[in-house]
Design a protein around this ligand. Structure first.
Ligand code: SF4
Length: 351
């Protein structure tokens, strides 16, 4: 088999025609039916940092509730933030609203088809703009996510470590896009993603089933898993804090977090400040939202992008709602909170 870019692309697309993943935001391979850019954009934003299996129910819920970008543009901020709870990376939910409003207000409710114009929308970085341009509009955009980086680094046995190798990997991917006389740019982008997700997996790639195996230099060298080469990661810092679950009958005390900062604008449980040293048990009273018979129930850990957080879960019963006015129904609270707080609720005996 030839190792030319044209041959690699053809083999990949042939494989995609029969092996494409069936995902709710997709059209079938080879189809020329119009695809709604809103659905492509929404899925791509959701899929950043999470799996297709985790994102799919959120995608169904969002598109059932807000079927068009205009509907999403009109939605209330707290509703969108609550629907996003559990997907993580909450700045994205805020950008989601801002982008929907920009498309509705400045582009007549239609996403622009040009990659540069897509880049000018709130929250659309180079990857998302390229993915929407390619998948929704079949533009010859170079779409490079983590899956594609892995496939390309193996195909060409790129020794340069990530993240320095990003430009080289992008240039090599561009070489496969440039030979796209077939015009199937959306299918090609998704075929690369699917190959990385299902065959050229991080561990134990299934090279025997790979449509581009005869062109693969990492396989020829007998060491696919050595690629991509990565610089050693610095260990991320550890932070500590307390999280408070105050119950009053059927309700739990909550707060809306400040707009700026981590989990900004999301519903949360009251916490102490998060700091670099563990917080002693007797400090609970110092940071507690109210005086009560606080008791420690356990701990939860959660890994954010830049640090690892260990929260001690402290609970109490309140005889009345007192001066606090932000209470949330206990039954529905689990699904309205970001993951870190949902974990704390479980440890605290809620859900
Ligand atoms: Fe990945 Fe193996 Fe295919 Fe090479 S042959 S691209 S390592 S699955």
């Amino acid at each position: 088999m030839s190792t030319s870019p044209t041959s690699i692309r053809q083999n990949l697309l042939r494989w995609y025609d029969t092996h494409a993943r069936d995902l709710p935001w997709r059209r079938p391979p080879g189809s020329t039916a119009a695809i709604d850019p809103y659905r492509v954009w929404l899925s791509e934003v959701m899929l950043q940092q999470t799996t297709t299996a985790h994102a799919a129910p959120y995608f169904h819920a969002f598109t059932a509730r807000w079927p068009s970008v205009d509907d999403l543009a009109r939605a209330d901020d707290p509703e969108v933030m609550a629907a996003w709870a559990g997907l993580g990376y909450y700045a994205r939910a805020r950008n989601l609203k801002a982008c929907a409003r920009a498309v509705a207000g400045q582009h007549g409710g239609r996403f622009p088809c040009d990659e540069a114009q897509l880049r000018s929308l709130p929250g659309l970085g180079p990857y998302t703009a390229a993915a929407v341009a390619a998948i929704a509009f079949d533009a010859p955009a170079v779409v490079v996510d983590g899956n594609v980086e892995r496939v390309i680094s193996r195909l060409y046995a790129v020794e340069e470590p990530l993240p320095h190798a990003k430009d080289s990997l992008r240039a090599l991917t561009a070489g496969l896009v440039a030979v796209g006389a077939d015009g199937r740019h959306g299918d090609f982008a998704q075929a690369m993603m699917d190959l990385g997700a299902t065959v050229c997996r991080p561990k134990a790639p299934v090279c025997a089933q790979c449509p581009v195996r005869s062109a693969c230099q990492a396989l020829a060298q007998g060491r696919p898993e050595s690629f991509p080469v990565k610089l050693k990661k610095a260990t991320i810092p550890q932070k500590y804090g307390l999280v408070f679950i105050l119950r009053c009958g059927d309700a739990v005390l909550v707060e809306t977090r400040p707009d700026r900062g981590l989990l900004g604008g999301m519903l949360g449980l009251p916490t102490s400040p998060w700091r670099d040293t563990p917080i002693a048990e007797d400090e609970a009273e110092v940071f507690a939202p109210t005086e009560a018979a606080w008791r420690i129930e356990g701990e939860v850990t959660h890994v954010f992008t830049h640090f690892r957080l260990r929260l001690t879960v402290v609970t109490a019963e309140a005889p009345s709602r007192g001066r606090h006015n932000t209470w949330h129904d206990r039954v529905r609270l689990q699904s309205a909170l970001p993951t870190v707080f949902a974990k704390a609720l479980k440890v605290g005996g809620e859900g």
